[in-house]
Design a protein around this ligand. Sequence first.
Ligand code: 5GP
Ligand code: ZN
Length: 115
Amino acid sequence: MTPECIFCRIAANELPSTLLYEDEHGIVFSDLHPKAPTHWLIVPRRHIERLSDLTDAERPLIGHLLLVVNRMARQAGIDEAGYRVVINCGPAGGQTVSHLHLHLLGGRAMHWPPG
Ligand code: 5GP
Ligand code: ZN
């Protein structure tokens, strides 16, 4: 755990969140500033700063997190319609929290024009 990291603190229950799912590897909670009707964050418990830090050692972990995305999309009822999964990496990628996370976005059309 990295004490100054908000997602580590949420995972450790030191900060509140709308926890939606947890297992030994990761947690899921609602984004504080949702960009879509469903905007959930899938977050590994372990502090990994960014996607580009992943190595072969994290191959099972990232696979697991993607399966959690699937499960959560079903739970949100957006699996049939479809959804978007986003990982921002680093400052130029728009990453603002330096703890790896996957955004699950759905419940509205992600493209323009919709339909
Ligand atoms: P990033 O920009 O790093 O890809 O995404 C960080 C996301 O975390 C943003 O969408 C932001 O709204 C969300 N966020 C930042 N701080 C908190 C927080 O304390 N609690 C929750 N639930 N979400 C947060
Ligand atoms: Zn962290």
